[in-house]
Ligand binder design. Sequence first.
Ligand SMILES: Nc1ncnc2c1ncn2[C@@H]1O[C@H](COP(=O)(O)OP(=O)(O)O)[C@@H](O)[C@H]1O
Ligand SMILES: [Mg+2]
Length: 471
Amino acid sequence: MNPAKLAIRIHEWRNDIALFFEDITGLTPTDDQERFLLDMQDLSKDRSIISAGRGTGKTLCLAVVALWYVFVLPKIVRQPIKVVVLGGSFEQSKNLYNYIKEWSYKHDYIKRELAKEPTMTETLFIDGSWVKALTASEKQVRSPRADLLIIDEAVEAGEMLIEAALQIINASKYPRIILSSTPHEFSSLFVKIWDKPSEFGYTTYNWQAKNCHWIKQDTIDKAKKLLSAGMFQIEFEGIPYAFTGSVFHLEALKLCLFKTIQKVDEAETIMGVDWGFYPAPTCCIVVQRVKDRIKVLHIDSYLKEKFEDVLDSLEQTAKTFQVKVIYVDSIPPGEGIRLKDRGLPVYRIAFKGEKPLLISNLQALVEQKRIEIPEDFFALISQMRAYRFDTKKEDDFVDALMLACRGVSTSVSTSEDLTELIYIGRRNMRFKNPFKKDELDPKLCSRCQKNPKWAHDMCMDCWEKFLDEQG
Ligand SMILES: Nc1ncnc2c1ncn2[C@@H]1O[C@H](COP(=O)(O)OP(=O)(O)O)[C@@H](O)[C@H]1O
Ligand SMILES: [Mg+2]
């Protein structure tokens, strides 16, 4: 673009960020993105909050706005403009920043205005405008002064950080803050602001996966089928959901009860074990997994038995049902190790960390009537009826069942992105994505000594091989 053309284009971009979006990315903004971009042209709208589903284009769109701020706006207002990008983690702010860096190289008309080579975290323009990606440490947040502050995945940034960050734009003539996130933590400041936007002075935007043409309908349909209603609402519709009260609705639970359960010969059986400390019992549940459905076959509990006797009994049950996998709570460690030493296929799960996901998984099974429970398993059923998100006692059967049903929804998924979307490795929820290599526990696999292992002793590849070998 020659200078004269660029000058005209700059003025067009000033009043049409959607056009800038297209020119920069080569993509067409969705209606949701366009509505947001239109508001961004109005500099008096100083506080915006986007609550949206995962993968709906938040980061990309915010990167366009950030670039518009440092490349277009300074030429209109005739002063340098500064943008700070913060993320729930440094990785996140860098994701956003990397888009800007990439586009600055890609488009010659931007490249020739760079004051120097962009660094890992900073792009500086000749006129003094800049974009910086900051780590989410409070110390850093206190330092710079800027005009636009973007906090991506703000739920993870936490309350303190959001409050501390606000002063970054205090002294600006054109101050603006944009918060954006998937609303996955109900108690976060992000969700509080979203719920009472006028109190905080924010304009709200909600983007849903169904309006994004690049998210396959098939993925959405599958997620709707496999995720609990709450999880779907958060991850795909971008609407906060309060996980409070009863986990299993009575009406739904009733529909999952059967007089007899038909065992399927060729389907794999799985055992879940929740270790108890007196007065809580150790509970064991055996289920059969038939595609994305669960049949509960057996429950057992041990209260005052000697530990060796409990192990004997568990071993016996495992052999009777020819279980393929035994999921046990990794705490306390000794119990699972000793059961494993008996040559059983024991996998120790960091139960506490995975619990939010395991609850959602079991809740989805019940809501969608994908689980069959014998109606005379009273102990289990009464615990399920009473189970609340904050239940801490008399929940041992339910915990064992959650372990036995672990991964059932994902095991049938053929779609990579669905697994991605369901197992979101989020710091705040403290669970790991066992499918994503870069979030793995860095220890090496006990079998191949190469690939990092995940929650079990084996890496994903060996774990799959192991299952094949077993049958
Ligand atoms: N308007 C659009 N048209 C086509 N693809 C888009 C559009 N907006 C975003 N995307 C793509 O969607 C994917 C997810 O975008 P991203 O910004 O990372 O989403 P989020 O931050 O909401 O999780 C990216 O591959 C991005 O290129
Ligand atoms: Mg993002």
